[in-house]
Design a binder for this molecule. Structure first.
Ligand code: ADP
Ligand code: MG
Length: 518
């Protein structure tokens, strides 16, 4: 058996925590040598007789904590405090220190006995949980924001549909040499820009209807060039270098346009005094999976779209935050910080990837990887449609927004259609019941109060079994997700659209043999 003295020594020496005794001047008198070596890398003789300041990584901590805990009359604190220590080899790490005042037999305070514990691990897990928490808040914030923008964009889409449509009606009614034509053109152009902006908002809030098609990427780029040449200032030379083979990708045309426009506008902003904007495509094959940010690209073949500028380039601090929503280095009113966040969202959705190279003062290159798909091209997207054909069929319009209902009615009547209207599903069913003739096509808004478009259409198809249905909506998370518009035979049209687009679509549905119904 050990005697008391030996037992005490075992406690002291066996302790995993470092135990030290320091006097009122904070000079070290006694240490637990085993843990001293483990924690600090010193031998007892290297520290005994020295100030405990030797252990502190920063002098100001030594002074500050001394004033707080180690002055005459200081009490034993209830909680340990934390600070950074420095090992003999120079490593700095966090410790947790709990000092207790030591009294002599006469009751005078003669120093402190401190228990010192390595806090590296705890600090690390605390930081991790803090990071997780902030990511969680961030994602909640984004979610709320997405809902808000989605809602605003929805209402705005309705307004735009009415504006675009009425402008076109005005155009039909004025003479082709009227001095009003340039003004009508300007209104059209502005409305067009506004509808691009709402599309951007909808992508950001992920409530845009995405209709991916198998296409040649180069074709979309050729098409978008016109759009870019209007957007980009003249002191910037826009060049394209497209690969010849033109492999196919599965994308939504609007989204690719959006990627291009966002990257091109950023490039322009980085070249205020002019420069060169290069848009290029090439094919690459990845033999192993590659990771960039949270995106993982599977091995396989990709088309890479790269947008390069000869602008300012980006320092590391900017690169680190590049894709964060609302991260912008531009003045208020100039930048929203949504451009690259939107690009990131789109690319992630289609299982692609992004790479960024940038040199300060030289320029930047953004490369977007699109997975190549095999299969046929859906080319009809790029046919320029001829003027819409007239019709004499009966079309039933169900739409809760009176401005749009009225507009679509006028558009259809101007082309010879017979038109019935209702402002909601219940009214539509009532009217349909009382209608004696035929109804060829039901054009119905998806999101309506009282009864949604799907339910109403289903009921009406029971009455008119030959009736075809075209669903219309601007805010259609529900369409894609619950009803699966993508890839199914459902007829769907996203707001806002032009009168010509509506007329074409209606003719297309009425003329198709294999009717897709509700
Ligand atoms: P915004 O353009 O509204 O600021 P973005 O998300 O499009 O938001 O871009 C975020 C930031 O990334 C920009 O403010 C800018 O600092 C930087 N950036 C993006 N593209 C480029 C580029 N081509 N050259 C230099 N900096 C860029
Ligand atoms: Mg931008």
């Amino acid at each position: 058996m050990l005697d008391n003295q030996e037992l005490l020594a075992t406690f002291f020496e066996g302790a995993r925590d470092l135990i030290i005794f320091i006097d009122n001047e904070r000079v070290i008198h006694q240490v637990s040598s085993k843990s001293l070596h483990q924690l600090m890398g010193y031998k007892p003789e290297e520290v005994i007789g020295q100030s405990v300041g030797l252990f502190y990584a920063f002098d100001e901590d030594f002074v500050r904590l001394g004033e707080k805990y180690y002055h005459p009359g200081a009490k034993t604190p209830d909680e340990p405090y934390e600070c950074r220590y420095k090992r003999k080899n120079g490593d700095i790490f966090w410790v947790e220190i709990l000092p207790s005042v030591v009294h002599d037999r006469a009751g005078r305070a003669v120093g402190w006995m401190s228990i010192i514990r390595d806090a590296t691990q705890r600090k690390k897990s605390e930081e991790e949980s803090k990071k997780l928490q902030s990511q969680f808040y961030q994602s909640q914030k984004m979610d709320a924001l997405g809902r808000l923008t989605g809602g605003v964009a929805h209402d705005f889409n309705n307004l735009l549909t009415a504006m675009i449509g009425h402008v076109e009606l005005v155009r039909m009614k004025v003479q082709s040499d009227s001095p009003l034509i340039p003004h009508i053109d300007e209104i059209s152009r502005a409305a067009d820009r506004a509808s691009k902006l709402t599309r951007q908002l909808l992508t950001f809030s992920r409530s845009q209807v995405v209709i991916p098609r198998v296409l040649h990427l180069n074709m979309i780029i050729e098409e978008s060039r016109k759009l870019l040449s209007r957007l980009i200032q003249e002191n910037i030379e826009v060049k394209t270098k497209l690969n010849s083979s033109g492999p196919r990708v599965r994308v939504d045309v609007g989204q690719v346009e959006q990627i291009l426009v966002n990257l091109a506008i950023n490039a322009q902003d980085a070249m205020l005094s002019g420069g060169e904007l290069m848009i290029a495509t090439r094919e690459v094959e990845l033999n192993t999976a590659r990771r960039f940010m949270e995106m993982e690209m599977a091995p396989g073949r990709y088309v890479v779209l790269s947008v390069s500028d000869t602008g300012t380039g980006m320092p590391r601090e900017v690169l680190e935050h590049l894709f964060e929503p609302f991260f912008t280095t531009k003045e208020p009113g100039k930048g929203t910080g949504l451009g690259l966040a939107t690009v990131y969202g789109i690319v992630k959705q289609m299982a692609g990837g992004i790479e960024v190279e940038s040199t300060v003062g030289k320029g930047s290159t953004f490369s977007i990887y699109f997975p190549i798909v095999e299969g046929h091209t859906d080319t009809e997207e790029f046919r320029i449609p001829p003027a819409p054909e007239p019709g004499n069929e009966t079309v039933f319009l169900v739409e809760d927004d009176p401005a749009i209902r009225n507009l679509n009615q006028q558009i259809l009547q101007s082309k010879g259609y017979r038109v019935l209207t209702a402002s909601n599903g219940i009214e539509a069913i009532e009217k349909a019941k009382g209608h004696t003739g035929k109804i060829d096509l039901l054009v119905i808004d998806v999101v309506m109060p009282k009864m949604d478009g799907y339910q109403a259409a289903l009921k009406m198809c029971q009455i008119f079994s030959d009736m075809r249905v075209l669903y219309v909506s601007g805010y259609t998370k529900d369409v894609t997700m619950e009803h699966g518009v993508q890839g199914t035979g459902l007829n769907f049209m996203q707001k806002p659209f032009t009168p010509d687009q509506l007329l074409h679509r209606i003719r297309e549905i009425l003329d198709s043999k294999s009717a897709a119904r509700a």
